[in-house]
Design a protein around this ligand. Structure first.
Ligand SMILES: [Zn+2]
Length: 347
């Protein structure tokens, strides 16, 4: 069966589409009111498939030829990096390793997970993970990467998208997502900055697991040692420490905070306001104005109610609020926009 896919999204409409899963696995639920602060890592989902004890480390092999823009060594490097992301979670016993190249699918052993480039367009998906059928679900499990509609790179290319011709996607980030499916994780609900978010994040941030991803894999395959990776925020490289789980999270932005093609850190979605240069602010679905922070109103956006920046919603003059620096995220977005434009022009 087709397990899950990953699509490239851009622009306002596409950013909203990212909330609508392309597969019937863990459909995004509608959340009433503001998100409880402790709940941002509680949305992982499972496909129902579990590897048996002793299956780890899973052997991942590459089958056939890479696309012309990649060397075989780079493909190996990407599979190793994506495997390491999941293998390094201290509270989980799950592990994968790159086990070499195979010329054809016939050479793949039943316990090996093949990765290959497609010869078809996969209905526009960037990649698919397919489970096998019959008694052993590993028999036929494979990861297929779309070589028809997408170019592939060892780095994220945030400003390349459908509007600029063939989009180029980050092989390591896509593989990290697909290997999550291989391990039995489905798309996470609501949390759209995670590796297992349904939409491809242009900035390559799906290379790094969020606490949501880690909690999922640790629940499914707990490590007997149950090791922690942090006891406080100071132990984590970028985000906070989820202290009760002992896991480092990625940085997650608040509603109204700057985001763009190159900074995809919104738990909800990035509402792009300048499509040409791909900048906007973080937003989320909402039920009413109460569900949005100050300076925002719950407004209809192409049939979906989302928190939208609305300075006239405030009693105080918007200029005064913004100049005082309190909650002036869209002002911040404008400032970053200016800096970004300046940076682009300087290049
Ligand atoms: Zn997926």
């Amino acid at each position: 069966m087709i397990l899950g896919d990953l699509r490239l999204l851009g622009g306002v409409a596409a950013a909203l589409v990212c909330a609508a899963p392309a597969v019937a696995l863990g459909e995004l639920s509608f959340r009433e009111g503001p998100r409880p602060p402790e709940a941002s890592h509680l949305f992982y989902e499972f496909t129902g498939f579990t590897h048996v004890d002793g299956a780890f480390p899973l052997s991942v092999v590459f089958v056939g030829d890479p696309v012309e823009e990649l060397e075989s060594g780079e493909v190996a490097e990407a599979i190793e990096a994506a495997s390491r992301a999941w293998s390094d979670v201290p509270c989980s016993s799950a592990a994968l390793r790159f086990d070499g190249f195979r010329e054809t699918m016939e050479e793949v052993a039943v316990e090996e997970v093949p990765v290959r480039f497609s010869t078809t367009d996969l209905d526009g998906s960037i990649a698919l993970t397919v489970y096998g059928s019959g008694g052993d679900p590993r028999n036929g499990m494979q990861v297929i990467l779309n070589s028809v509609n997408y170019g592939w790179s060892m780095e994220a290319a945030p400003f390349q998208g459908p509007e600029t011709g063939e989009p180029v996607v980050d092989l390591v980030a896509v593989l990290a997502h697909e290997l999550g499916h291989v391990l039995g994780l489905a798309h996470t609900r609501e949390h759209n900055a995670a590796t297992m978010a349904a939409a491809y994040l242009r900035d390559g941030s799906q290379r790094v697991l969020s606490a949501d991803d880690k909690l999922g894999i640790c629940e499914r395959y707990p490590s007997p040692a149950g090791e922690r990776e942090c006891d406080g925020d100071g132990d984590c490289p970028e985000g906070p420490c989820v202290v009760d789980a002992g896991l480092c999270d990625i940085y997650l932005a608040d509603i109204g905070e700057y985001c763009g093609y190159e900074v995809q850190h919104c738990p909800g979605f990035c509402r792009i306001i300048e499509a040409e240069i791909g900048v906007g602010y973080c937003s989320e679905r909402c039920a009413d104005d109460e569900g949005c922070p100050e300076h925002h109103r719950c407004q209809d956006q192409e049939g979906v109610a989302v928190c939208a920046f609305s300075p006239e919603a405030e009693e105080e003059p918007a200029g005064g609020c913004a100049m005082a620096g309190g909650g002036g995220a869209p002002l911040g977005a404008a400032a970053v926009l200016f800096v970004l434009v300046s940076a682009i022009r300087r290049r």
